[in-house]
Design a binder for this molecule. Structure first.
Ligand SMILES: [Zn+2]
Length: 143
């Protein structure tokens, strides 16, 4: 249940103008994406989902694009189907650290066996069972 809530909440904060490709309608499953985060020019705090003001100094924030590459710092398997989930269990969820200074939890896709901590991953569009897309992570080729 906890992971289901996180997945839906993150889906709402992916900003189309900072995705690659730039138009959500052009996205297909597996497309590499960048995520829109807020960045404070004063204290350099980065937040995802993006905020309207800095959580640390309350100043105005700009937007920074995360990824498309990051590093897998942790993961877990979701083995039991949460109520009303839009993804069929079992599936993997990972915590990915971006060079911009923030970590974001998301689905891990195309996982063959247990993933390795420290693996390079890329942000990709992931289809949900209801036909919509969200973001997730795929282990980068050659990682
Ligand atoms: Zn700040």
């Amino acid at each position: 249940m906890r992971f289901f809530v996180i997945i839906i909440a993150m889906q709402a904060f992916v900003e189309p103008s900072l995705l690659h490709p730039p138009h959500p309608g052009d996205m297909v499953a597996g497309t590499t994406l960048r995520l829109a985060a807020s960045a404070c020019p004063v204290c350099e705090r980065v937040d995802f989902p993006r905020r309207v003001a800095c959580a640390q100094c309350l100043g105005s924030v700009g937007t920074v694009a995360l990824g498309p590459s990051g590093v897998l710092r942790g993961f877990t398997a979701v083995l039991h189907q949460p109520p009303d989930a839009q993804m069929q269990a079992p599936y993997w969820v990972g915590d990915v650290e971006f060079a911009e200074g923030v970590s974001v939890v998301g689905l891990l896709v195309d996982v063959d066996g247990e993933p390795a901590k420290g693996s390079a991953v890329e942000v990709v569009a992931v289809p949900l069972d209801n036909g919509t897309l969200t973001f997730g992570y795929r282990v980068a080729a050659g990682a």
